[in-house]
Design a protein around this ligand. Structure first.
Ligand code: MG
Ligand code: MG
Length: 271
């Protein structure tokens, strides 16, 4: 069953999505080598609760935390750990918020310290593939057009698309119908109608596409141990076109602050 949202409901989903984006921006400012995932998770939980909202993932499918933090070869659903982030790592951080009866859902893969160029390229291409998918979202197009655009973009860069996990509808439940695969055939699948709200979330592997569930029962990891990236936006289909409800610009401004701070610290250390 697909629930199409009214304009008022879309605004409530936007409110939840923006809180997710603000949470990810708060994280972007503090992420650096030496910081621990569990501490970031705790801050995110407090931040969300201080706004009067509820962490969307905690307790869902037995997940113990507010954020999923998936490092390096972990694809998604990583459990925040006590291990410190190391220079050169990547961390895909996914966050959900439940506020005034509606969920918001967005994810971003962060570089910790200095990450090598080939891995930075994976992050860039994965995020660009998300926007290639979003570009297809308009009334009358089909989910297959969205998946096809992501797939074509990724194939051109010789990475692999994780097929075992897909995007989804977002609303009063975090995971609603329809499923939103990151692959597809042009002109196939569900026709996009006004009021449809979906999370588009390419999970892209540098090596092969195969993944498995690790021993902790949550974390999905690549079989070949190579890095994986994950970017996600919640978007609404509107009469005028696509409406992106989450906001990466907040994260990017915060990352710039973090970089500036790093440069100032570096300058002070050598002064
Ligand atoms: Mg998510
Ligand atoms: Mg999602």
């Amino acid at each position: 069953m697909i629930y199409y949202k009214t304009d008022e409901e879309i605004e409530l989903i936007r409110k939840s999505c923006l809180l997710v984006s603000k949470t990810l921006a708060m994280i972007a400012e503090i992420l650096r080598p030496g910081v621990r995932g569990i501490d970031v998770d705790k801050l995110a939980e407090e931040f969300i609760c201080d706004h009067g909202a509820v962490p969307g993932f905690k307790g869902l499918y037995g997940f113990p935390n507010t954020l999923t933090i998936s490092r390096n070869h972990a694809v998604v659903h990583g459990v925040p750990s006590k291990e410190e982030f190391k220079d050169g790592e990547i961390a895909s951080i996914d966050c959900g918020v439940y506020w005034d009866d509606f969920y918001g859902d967005s994810a971003y893969t962060f570089a910790i310290g200095d990450v090598n160029e080939s891995v930075m390229r994976l992050l860039e291409v994965t995020n660009d593939s998300l926007y290639a998918g979003i570009e297809q979202v308009e009334v009358g197009k089909r989910l297959g057009d969205v998946g096809f655009a992501i797939q074509s973009y990724i194939n051109n860069h010789n990475y692999s698309i994780v097929r075992d996990l897909v995007g989804h509808g977002v609303g009063r439940s975090l995971h609603e119908e329809p499923k939103v695969p990151n692959y597809g055939r042009r002109g196939q699948g569900l026709k996009l109608k006004e009021g449809l709200v979906i999370a588009i979330e390419p999970m892209i592997n540098m090596g092969r596409k195969e993944v498995y569930l690790s021993e902790d029962g949550h974390t999905i990891v690549t079989r070949d141990g190579k890095p994986s990236a994950h970017f996600e936006h919640t978007v609404a289909v509107r009469k005028k076109g696509v409406d992106i409800l989450s906001d990466q610009s907040l994260i990017e401004i915060a990352m710039q602050k973090n970089v500036n701070l790093k440069n100032i610290n570096r300058a002070l250390a050598t002064a």
